[in-house]
Write a protein that binds this ligand. Structure first.
Ligand SMILES: [Fe+2]
Ligand SMILES: [Fe+2]
Length: 268
């Protein structure tokens, strides 16, 4: 089976179980087809995305309220599902990208599937159901603007996943503060993997940045408004995760000096 065939299966799956099906062993990547930029995935009816409305994620300090905690985990599970879909999207969109990059995409897609499954299990453990609330299409909306592999890593890895390094720490602290070690443990595992995903994006940013242009300028030139550095961090700033991801000091300093904003543009 070809990599792109598995990517299609994930994007066209009608059940959550099929969405989260890990890749079969021995996928090949030998018969590229012209790049295809899908505008929206097929989804189970209960997880149909609101393409025009922003589904709000409760802030970390709402974690003490059991009902809000389920809504937080619900939103995080949907983020992971969107991420899995969009790494599959990139496999279809960029057939000419280096083989090593494409293998990285499928590996990250598999991580995102696992993250989604962990959050879904936790939601069920807390008496909730994945699909009980409206879900946002935030990542899918942003991907419509992406035309190149460089723009893809700047959007997914260096904006959304980058910002999640901070949000995850905020949620971990909130879960610990209420004594929910099980939720904290899941968040910590995801956070550890996400550092690796951001490191993947950084690796390719370094490779693809034009001669004489630094990483920060390349990032800023390859992420389209309303995304940008303001959306690549949280209200808190986890320097150590960025160091572990391999960012250079100038990039970290520039991001730390940026005022974060929420999806609507309000200060965070
Ligand atoms: Fe993830
Ligand atoms: Fe990720």
């Amino acid at each position: 089976m070809e990599l792109r065939e598995h990517a299609w299966d994930i994007l066209r799956a009608r059940t959550l179980r099929a969405k989260l099906e890990p890749p079969p062993p021995g996928l090949t990547d030998e018969k590229p087809r012209p790049g295809y930029r899908l505008t929206a995935p097929v989804r189970p009816a209960s997880l149909a995305m609101e393409m025009h409305r922003q589904a709000k994620v409760p802030p970390a300090d709402a974690m003490h309220d059991p009902a809000q905690k389920i809504r937080i985990l619900h939103a995080l599970a949907n983020h992971e599902l969107q991420a899995a879909e969009l790494f599959a999207w990139a496999i279809l969109a960029f057939p000419d990208a280096p083989a090593e990059f494409r293998q990285g995409l499928i590996k990250i897609m598999t991580d995102e599937q696992r993250h989604c499954a962990m959050y879904v299990r936790r939601i069920h453990g807390l008496g909730g159901r994945f699909g009980a609330f409206p879900v946002s299409s935030q990542f899918w909306k942003a991907i419509q603007e992406v035309e190149t592999p460089l723009q893809f890593i700047c959007t997914m890895g260096l904006t959304f996943e980058n910002a999640n390094l901070d949000f995850a720490v905020e949620y971990i602290d909130a879960a610990r503060a209420i004594g929910d070690t099980e939720t904290a443990r899941i968040l910590e595992m995801v956070h550890g993997d996400e550092i690796g995903h951001v490191a993947f994006a950084w690796f390719w940013l370094e490779r693809w940045k034009p001669a004489g242009i630094d990483a920060w300028a390349t990032y800023c030139a390859n992420v389209k408004p309303p995304l940008g550095p303001e959306r690549a961090r949280g209200a808190t700033f986890d320097t150590r995760s960025r160091q572990e991801a391999g960012f250079d000091d100038a990039f970290i300093d520039n991001l730390r000096a940026t005022d974060p904003t929420k999806p609507g543009g309000a200060p965070r």
